[in-house]
Design a binder for this molecule. Sequence first.
Ligand code: FES
Length: 214
Amino acid sequence: MMDPAIDRVLTRWSPERQERARAVLAAYPERRSTVMPLLYLASREHGYCSREAMVEVGKITGLTSIQVESVASFYSMYRRQNVGKYVISVCTSISCFLRGADDVLAAIEDETNTPDGETSDDALFSVEHVECSGACGGAPAVAVNWELIEGVLPDKGRALCQWLKDTQPETVLADEMQALFGGQQSFDWGIAEPQGATSHVPAFERYDSAGDAS
Ligand code: FES
């Protein structure tokens, strides 16, 4: 039976996220081990990893607020401030730098009217430079809500931003953006991934061997 204190928190969440949280809690023998997936779920619930989200996760896991915050502050994928609908992350580490990432970043900042590290006034974009995205062979690499595009040149970076502005897709898909705005890839990605990102918060869905979310 679920601890009533946990139930009190979870019943504030959407039914879908309650169900995911209960499945996560059932999968671990120690409640404290669920802190990372629960931080993602709480972030989805609150829009970002807010203080309230961290307090809720503390209540569920039995960790103190400072313990939860020390996890959340260590990993950059937990956004502790609200961000735009599309978080555009430009890798500026060495391979991408050598292939002109600074110019790509400048083009994206200009096209979105959003300086590095900030969010646009209409909350459509957040722009950031990041360390190596693991796609050095396809530098310069850009990600939108963690969906990766390789070989992005400045003009394609501008076109990407314009496309996002014009179409405002609810889901962004790496394969689609790669085909529209990418260039040289580090390797052939092979099997097309059918699901994209619906938020800057990773969904960490499970996939079966056919690539379908389960
Ligand atoms: S240096 Fe940019 S992806 Fe590795």
